[in-house]
Each structure stands twice: as structure tokens, then as C-alpha cells.
Design a protein around this ligand. Structure first.
Ligand code: ZN
Length: 414
């Protein structure tokens, strides 16, 4: 019987070599200590012959390695197979209107390097693409890895995106971006394989990649960045929707008496908790000083950190502002978990880390104490296992996934 916690099973009947390969790889990935061909066959339902053939291809391609012999006392000693961490690498880039995050992963999903750059203030796409290209080259050079072993670059971008064409459409928070062909332009600039994914989806993928067991098969990932959104994972599959733009939670009304949103309604979540709103409220309430100038992204980023620091020092007004974030997010989350019967919530994103302790302390009671909550089980609320880099890591994981599936894998598995 197939159910939660049981590995995805392969199919001998349809002889889907590519699919079987993905199944075998997935099984090996989820067992960091390694496992034998016999165990892979048991866990996947594939025949011994299929597992043997697939393993051979993966060994030849340098994706996995033989890592010693396990002797169980009975039967033949078994060779242990593991991912080869030095075999291949991928790069992830996350574009937040305030900050660009870059990570380099090995094939096990381990983060080898991490760097951030402030997003060029004009947010001119050309300037952002140049900075991305330079940063990517710098990462490859400074890490000393063989460029040939970089499988590609994954970009996590604010939506909406046109995934098929690799185009960033009109992200509300990047006002000078209209139909930017980001994937092709970065591919031309770097000569590397590039893929584009929506930021919240990438972040959820990263979280899924980091959960090796069956503890996170279904969850809602709440993304707190310059914008907000949710990534949805159901039965270990990330939900993209027909146009890959699922997860827009910005217009869920959380405060019917709140300020008017650009959509015309009052008290939309995206508006209510956006870092700029929090910083404006902090200025209005005298928590921080009015800079006497327009609030640019650099100021907002720094001022948001100051508000969090003041709250940590016990400042009541700062604590009040952060408590409002907890209330508003909890309100929206109740709506979504009710809709999908979820009982796991993961919180992350670039602005999450600075207020994580407050939100983790408050949100479980706010969600589970809500009169509107309809789920039978208690909703667990946890922080991201990756932290602020979640979307960049997820984007890099997607490159690993895309490259290890048959379509792209044939590029290097001949
Ligand atoms: Zn709205």
C-alpha cells in the first residue's frame, strides 16, 4: 500500500529508464549514510537488474560513488552506494528587491558558499543581470571547483513569472521590470544552464530537499520577504499551478479596518506586514527616527533590523509591532490550512530570521487558539531548516533535480 512515509515506487512495467533513475537517486539522496543495491530494490520496488543498470550509469557519470562494503553476516557482503559530493555542483540565486543571495551547493544539497549583494537600487534589470553574472563567476573562482562540474544556475524570482519562456513578468515590488527574459539573458551572460522559478516555490523546494524523512510530506511554507507568499507542498510535491504562479497570499484580508490596498480592499496581508509598513509604523509611533527622506530598500532593511533589536531589548512599542505581524500571519495561515487540511507550517524568507523567536513563540497559540481553525490535528509551527537562504538553496536544488532527470541528464550521461 502506498501512503505517507513510503518511498515513491518505480515501475518495471513501463521501462521508464529516466523515471527509474530519478527514483533510485531520490532513494540514495534520502539516505545520507548510503545503502546497498538490494536495499534500493526493496525500497523502490524496482528489480535487482534495473537497480544494477541504473547504479552503473550513475557511477559512470560520477553522480554516486561506492562507499565501502557492509557485511550483514548472512548472504553476500553488500556494496554501499552514496551520492558523490564532489561530483557536481549547482548555484542558486535569489532576487529579493532588497538583496541578492547566492549559494553554491554540492550534489548532496550541502551549502558550500553563501554571499549576498544589495540589489542595485534602481532595480534596473540590466544592472541586476550584470551583478549576477559577476557574482556567479566570483563564486566559481573562489571556491576552486571545476567550472565543467557546475550543472547550472537556478534563479528564484518574485512572481509573476512565465516559466516556459523564463521571463519575469511585472513583479509589483520591482517596478521597472516588465517582461524581463532573465533566464536567456543570464544563460547568454554565463554560458551555464539556467532555470527560473518563483521565489516561494523555490523556498518550499529547498525545505523539502532538507527533509530527508517523512516528517514533512505536506506543509505550508510561509515566505516573509519584501513581499509575502506561500509555498505549498502536498504529498512531497511542490504545488506550482498551471502557470507556475501558485502561492500568492498577499491579498488575503487580515484586518478589515486596515489601510486600503492597491487592490481596493482593506487590510490585505501583503500590505499589513510588509517591511515597509512595519518601518513606517515604527516611525509614526516614534520607535525609530524619521529619516526625513523617502524610505528606500536599504533604509527599510536596516530599520527593520533595528525594530527587531529594540523588541529584543524589551521596547514595548517595537514588541507591539512584531506582535501585529504574528497576528496577521496567523490569521492568513488559519485560512490556508483550513482549505488544504494541513497541520504543518514552516516559516522562512529574508525577513523571517530577524523576528523568528517572537513569531515562533506567539504563532502556535494564535493559530491553534483561533476559533476559525477547522483542522482536527494541532498545527505545528516551525522555522525553516535553511533560514534566510531558503529560496536560493531551493533554486539550486531545482537545478540538481532538472539535471538528474532524463531530459537533461542525457547531456552528461552518454
Ligand atoms: Zn489587496
Amino acid at each position: 500500500m502506498q501512503g505517507k512515509g513510503i518511498m515513491r515506487r518505480g515501475s518495471n512495467l513501463h521501462a521508464l529508464g529516466g523515471f527509474n533513475q530519478t527514483v533510485v537517486l531520490d532513494t540514495i539522496r534520502r539516505t545520507p549514510e548510503g545503502l546497498s543495491r538490494v536495499e534500493i530494490a526493496e525500497q523502490t520496488g524496482l528489480s535487482a537488474q534495473t537497480v544494477s543498470n541504473v547504479s552503473r550509469r550513475l557511477l559512470d557519470a560520477g553522480v554516486i560513488r561506492e562507499a565501502g562494503i557492509r557485511n550483514l553476516g548472512v548472504g553476500k557482503p553488500r556494496t554501499i552506494l552514496q551520492l558523490d559530493p564532489s561530483g557536481h555542483y549547482s548555484i542558486g540565486v535569489h532576487i529579493d528587491p532588497a538583496v541578492l543571495t547566492f549559494v553554491l551547493l554540492n550534489i548532496e544539497g550541502e551549502i558550500l558558499t553563501h554571499t549576498t549583494r544589495r540589489t542595485p537600487s534602481a532595480a534596473d534589470p540590466g544592472a541586476v543581470i550584470s551583478l549576477m553574472r559577476d557574482s556567479i563567476e566570483e563564486i566559481i573562482l573562489s571556491s576552486g571547483i571545476d567550472r565543467e562540474r557546475v550543472l547550472g544556475v537556478g534563479i528564484a524570482s518574485p512572481g509573476p513569472i512565465d516559466m516556459a519562456r523564463g521571463v519575469v513578468m511585472d513583479p509589483p515590488l520591482l517596478t521597472s521590470w516588465h517582461g524581463v527574459a532573465l533566464r536567456d539573458e543570464l544563460e547568454t551572460a554565463t554560458g551555464l544552464f539556467v532555470l527560473l522559478e518563483k521565489d516561494v516555490t523555490a523556498a518550499a523546494v529547498g525545505e523539502l530537499w532538507k527533509s530527508t524523512g517523512s516528517d514533512r510530506d505536506d506543509f505550508l511554507y510561509f515566505y516573509y520577504g519584501t513581499g509575502v507568499g506561500v509555498g505549498l507542498v502536498l504529498d512531497r510535491e511542490v504545488v506550482r499551478g498551471p502557470t507556475s504562479n501558485a502561492g500568492d497570499a498577499g491579498h488575503i484580508v487580515v484586518d478589515p479596518t486596515g489601510p486600503v490596498c492597491r487592490c481596493g480592499r482593506r487590510g490585505c496581508l501583503g500590505d499589513a506586514i510588509s517591511p515597509v509598513t512595519i518601518v513606517r509604523s515604527a516611525i509614526d509611533r516614534g520607535v525609530i527616527e524619521d529619516p526625513g527622506a523617502e524610505l528606500d530598500t536599504a533604509f527599510i532593511d536596516e530599520a527593520f533590523s533595528r525594530v527587531a533589536l529594540l523588541a529584543r531589548g524589551g521596547d514595548d512599542r517595537a514588541l507591539g509591532l512584531i506582535d501585529n505581524i504574528a497576528r496577521d500571519v496567523a490569521e492568513a495561515i488559519v485560512t490556508i490550512v483550513n482549505l488544504l487540511d494541513l497541520d504543518q507550517v514552516v516559516l522562512g524568507g529574508p525577513y523571517w530570521g530577524r523576528v523568528s523567536d517572537f513569531l515562533l513563540a506567539r504563532m502556535p497559540e494564535l493559530i491553534n487558539g483561533s476559533a476559525a481553525l477547522a483542522t482536527l490535528r494541532r498545527v505545528s509551527v516551525t522555522g525553516s531548516r535553511i533560514g534566510d537562504d531558503g529560496a536560493a538553496v531551493g533554486a539550486a536544488c531545482l537545478v540538481l533535480d532538472a539535471t538528474l532527470t532524463p531530459r537533461s541528464a542525457t547531456l552528461f550521461i552518454s
